[in-house]
Each structure stands twice: as structure tokens, then as C-alpha cells.
Design a protein around this ligand. Sequence first.
Ligand SMILES: Nc1ncnc2c1ncn2[C@@H]1O[C@H](COP(=O)(O)OP(=O)(O)OP(=O)(O)O)[C@@H](O)[C@H]1O
Length: 308
Amino acid sequence: MSAIVSVQNLRKSYAGGFEALKSVNLDIEEGEILALLGPNGAGKTTLISTICGITVPSSGAITVGGHDTQTAFRAARKMIGLVPQEINLEPFETVMSSVSFSRGIFGKPRNDAYVMDILEKLSLADKKDNKIMTLSGGMKRRVLIAKALSHEPKVLFLDEPTAGVDVELRKDMWDVVAALKASGVTIILTTHYIEEAEAIADRIGVINKGEILLVQDKTDLMAQMGQKQLRIELAAPIDKIPDGLAAYDLMRSDDGQYLTYSYDTEGERTGITTLLGDLQKAGLQMKDLQTQQSSLEDIFVGLVKETS
Ligand SMILES: Nc1ncnc2c1ncn2[C@@H]1O[C@H](COP(=O)(O)OP(=O)(O)OP(=O)(O)O)[C@@H](O)[C@H]1O
């Protein structure tokens, strides 16, 4: 896969000097779903708006499909569909004319068959002649997506697609996103919801205070989540891990009172039974045992805390 969006050394300071993005580097692969996770004010919207050319970068470069967003703005912008956080639709317009109008803005000739195809994908076909004001909140969000897709973009940005949406509708939205990916659209979404990133993303990026802290394959992150730790409190501290326990890759706490063993919860064997036997053989007595599991939430909270 190759990068369809490339962000290099992007900085954005708003008037007044506030630095909302600090040297962001990010490659978005063609065909992937990338979820950008971050707390309020992390810079998610600023990053998206800058890539879409709505916000002017202070420095750095962005290309979309090889087009520089500053020197070849129109070519770059044509490749992008943007679904904003806020619903701002004309209440008296019909679904069909609203979506067709968006297509016209990009200079694309009218194509009812294409627009209908999008409406079908978004389960809006039977609402095509409905006025926007008669739609539910979930339907209005889908109209926003239809509008963003109307000019046949290759990359779709969804800013908080399910903010304030109930669990049922959130799942519907995830299905919509999966269907769009299947049709070949690259998708970048921002979210506060860790379970949303978990459910639909191929890669997860964590952003805080204008910095990307991590971009990683979701399955790799999940593998980390599958790691569980067994913390063994010893009856007496040790200053060295006995040679007979070398195979377990144990971590000794600085005071020598604790040993930590990491194991894969999805593995066939945890190795705990043999470890406990070998501890005894090595003459170590246990005082207490505890297990803990790292979740995506732990990873996220830990990362965000570190940079606070
Ligand atoms: N036009 C602006 N002028 C000055 N500061 C701004 C402007 N827009 C955003 N900011 C600041 O930049 C920071 C990043 O804002 P941004 O909207 O990108 O965050 P976000 O991650 O999208 O947050 P949220 O999850 O709350 O939508 C915030 O501190 C915000 O107050």
C-alpha cells in the first residue's frame, strides 16, 4: 500500500500564538481506515481542517494523491470528502437536491445514477424526496456523508461521526463506514470513543496537545492488550533473578520485592503453572499474586497522561 495522504512537519499556530499542531508527521495509506483518538482540544479537528485546506498551516507540507494542498489546492481538495462535526443542512431542501448540489460545487456534471448509488449505500434511497427537516438525527448524519461523497472523492474525513449518537445508531454508522471502505474509499475518522476505534479502524493514531503520540496497527495494539501480567510479591527481596528462571523473562522491581511475568492471554499456555513450580525449585517463597491486563484504554490514558 502507498500513502494517499502525506503530512510532513506540520505546524499550526492560531492567532495569539497558540500552537495547536506541533510538527505532525503522518502517512495515510490508500484503502485504510485510520482512527485518530484524542481528548478534547488535542488538535484532531485542526489536523483534519488543515489537510482539507480549510485551515492554513503555519509550516510544513501536505500532499493528497500527490497534490500539494497549498500549491495545487483544487486538485488536492477534489480528492477529499469532509464530513464535519456539526450538522448544518438546509431544512427545506430534499435529500436528493442537497446531495446533487454538493456535487455541483465541485464542478462535476449532474449524475443522478451516481447520487442514487450513494444514497442506496447509506440506506437513504427511500428518503431521496424527503425534506431534510423530516429526517432523524442519524439520517441527517448520513446525508452529510452522502454530500461529502457526492464528488467521488478518494479520501473521506469523518470528524466525530458518532458524537452524541446512541449505541444502536453508532453501530449502524460503523457498518456504513465498513461498506465505504469496501468500495475503495480511504477513511480517516476522529473519535473520543475507544471502542469505536477498536471496532472499525485498521490503524489507530493517538493525538494529544498537538502531537501524534502513536500510530499503530490495531491488531498489534490488540496483541498488546492480549498481554497480561502476573505480579508476584516475594516473601523476601532478591537482588538477582535465579538462573533457573531465566526462560521466563521476568522483570524484577528495583527493591527486589516483586517479579513481573508477562504472558499472552490468547496463547495456548500461559506458562504460569510451570513458573510457579520453578519459583519453588529456585527456593523463592511467594507472599501474594496479582494479575493485571493492559487495555487499549490503559494504553491511551497512559500515553495522554505522560504528555500532560
Ligand atoms: N480558530 C481558533 N483560534 C484559536 N484557537 C483555536 C482555534 N481553533 C481551535 N483552537 C484551539 O486549538 C486546540 C485544538 O483544537 P481542535 O478543535 O483541533 O481539537 P480537537 O481535538 O478537535 O477537540 P474536540 O475533540 O474537542 O473537537 C484547542 O485548544 C482549541 O481551543
